[in-house]
Design a protein around this ligand. Structure first.
Ligand code: BGP
Length: 495
């Protein structure tokens, strides 16, 4: 039985290019679907600005409902940028120009690991179509970032795909809805594995694959279950082939899949609720089942039949998925929720959003705070797969109130992390879970994926910017900065 976290435990923090990087039109970068997403708020959903074939400009929902009458974007449509609209991803919090400063702060906290994603259209502006040359300036940017990490002995953990598809692929191949996108993705993978083979040992293929939906995320014009799961099938094949390439090019690398796996409990002991919760959970676990075990699970026939989905596979797809499973399962954990038979299934949730849990506190955004649910999830996943796990997102989004010097006394954040780390430690020491590391989400304040706001903050570092992008972008350490530094220095002993 382990007494504490392993010596080489990867403490760190997590970010994603579309919410952090900015520089959307610099360094030869091509446009991505995330560049067309407007700002929103808790009660005002984010939209995508598009131009129809006849030139009409309009907006569609970023999180479509799946109704083909409302959510289908006609062929020939393209995303466009309206000069009167604020797009949070364009500058985000400008990691593009602040990376040295930010990585120095991560180094000061003692990070062993820093999770970031590559903006695919920075590497290949058109996504890597046949004959396209990679964008040297883009490749060089990430090389500089990784070299900066090395100065502080920080291992980069690189997500190859996080919530953005090159706009060219969306327009020409219907994004991940088209099989051509698999080859484009693999060209990008080959390029970056080759270029960064001495700098990056930890990779993640696709972020939160279970919650991806529609144009903004997958570049698909339609958001029906049929299109969504067909696109996911393409992702499974692409991800397996990326695993293969990665191992060929970087033999000592580890490459994982990534699923949003917040916890689901049955509401009570009513048998239909207990079984229903298990079945509902499959909406998320089907992804890790396929990518970790290498095959569509036995329940998938019924799962797809109920939704009227038929997956079109090419000969050899099943063999590819079988031959190249993920080395580890990375997941995000934020909250728990409960299942009961009256729950309305929202097709967008990937087995993620049940009803409220009356036994736990909530954040200002109504997300249940449930540290025990993290231990529950770690055990559930390790019992199921017996392969290493990596918590690559966890944290609480709050409205932080800085004093006149920009300092935030975020004791609530410290409490949240302390409680989660205590349970994480039990999972490692008592349940025997093989856990590679822990990278809390938004280790520096960045744009919210859900709402596009800045005021929903997760960081140990405060960034002076508001919901409309105004501010100095000055970085200031919060109280939690020093606390997390101590946690890392003592390998999770001093909480
Ligand atoms: C996950 C995403 C992240 C991140 C996080 C927090 O779904 O992988 O990109 O943003 O959730 O969500 P939000 O930003 O909506 O608070």
């Amino acid at each position: 039985m382990k007494k504490t976290f392993p010596e080489n435990f990867l403490w760190g923090g997590a970010t994603a290019a579309n919410q952090y990087e900015g520089g959307y039109n610099e360094g030869g970068r091509g446009l991505a679907t995330s560049d067309f997403i407007t700002n929103g708020s808790a009660d005002r959903p984010r939209k995508i600005t598009i131009r129809l074939k006849d030139g009409t400009k309009t907006m569609v929902n970023r999180r479509p409902t799946g109704d083909p009458k409302i959510d289908t974007i006609p062929e020939g449509t393209s995303g466009y940028i309206d000069e009167n609209v604020y797009y949070p991803s364009h500058n985000a919090v400008d990691f593009y120009h602040h990376y040295k400063e930010d990585i120095a702060l991560f180094g000061e906290m003692g990070f062993k690991c820093f999770r970031l994603s590559l903006s695919w259209s920075r590497i290949f502006p058109k996504g890597g179509i046949e004959g396209e040359q990679p964008n040297e300036e883009g490749l060089k940017f990430y090389e500089d970032v990784f070299k900066e990490c090395k100065k502080y002995n920080i291992e980069p953990l690189v997500t190859l795909y996080h919530f953005e598809t090159p706009a060219y692929l969306a327009e020409h191949f219907n994004g991940w809805g088209g099989r051509e996108t698999i080859d484009c993705f693999l060209r990008m993978c080959k390029e970056v594995f080759t270029r960064y083979k001495d700098l990056v040992k930890y990779w993640i293929t696709i972020n939160e694959i279970n919650v991806l939906n529609g144009y903004a995320f997958m570049g698909t014009r339609e958001a029906t279950a049929q299109v969504r799961y067909q696109a996911k099938h393409h992702m499974f094949v692409a991800s397996a082939l990326a695993n293969k390439l990665c191992h060929e090019i970087i033999p000592d690398a580890k490459i994982g899949c990534m699923v949003a796996l917040s916890c689901i409990y049955p509401k009570d002991c009513k048998p239909e609720n207990a079984f229903g919760a298990l079945d509902y959970r499959r909406g998320a676990l089907i992804y890790s089942d396929i990518m970790m075990r290498g095959y569509y699970p036995s329940y998938s026939g019924h799962f797809f039949e109920e939704m009227g989905v038929t997956i079109k596979k090419e000969p050899g797809d099943d063999e590819i998925i079988k031959a190249y499973p993920s080395d580890f399962l990375a997941f995000s954990y934020y909250r728990s929720s409960v299942y009961h038979t009256e729950i309305v299934q929202n097709t967008d949730t990937g087995g993620q959003m049940g009803d409220v849990n009356p036994f736990v506190e909530k954040t200002e955004w109504g997300w249940a705070i449930d540290p025990v649910g993290l231990r529950y999830t770690l055990s559930e996943l390790y019992d199921r797969y017996q392969k290493p796990l990596f918590i690559v997102e966890n944290g609480m989004g709050t409205i932080d109130k800085p004093d006149e010097n920009g300092y935030v006394e975020d004791d609530y954040r410290i409490q949240y992390f302390r409680d989660h780390i205590v349970e994480m430690k039990k999972a490692v020491t008592l349940d025997g879970v093989d856990l590679m590391g822990y990278t809390p989400w938004g280790c520096i304040d960045l744009v919210s994926a859900g709402t596009g706001e800045m005021k929903k903050r997760y960081g140990f570092i405060y960034v002076d910017m508001d919901d409309e992008g105004n501010g100095t972008l000055k970085r200031t350490k919060k109280k939690s900065f020093d606390w997390y530094k101590k946690v890392i220095a003592t390998n999770g002993e001093d909480l």
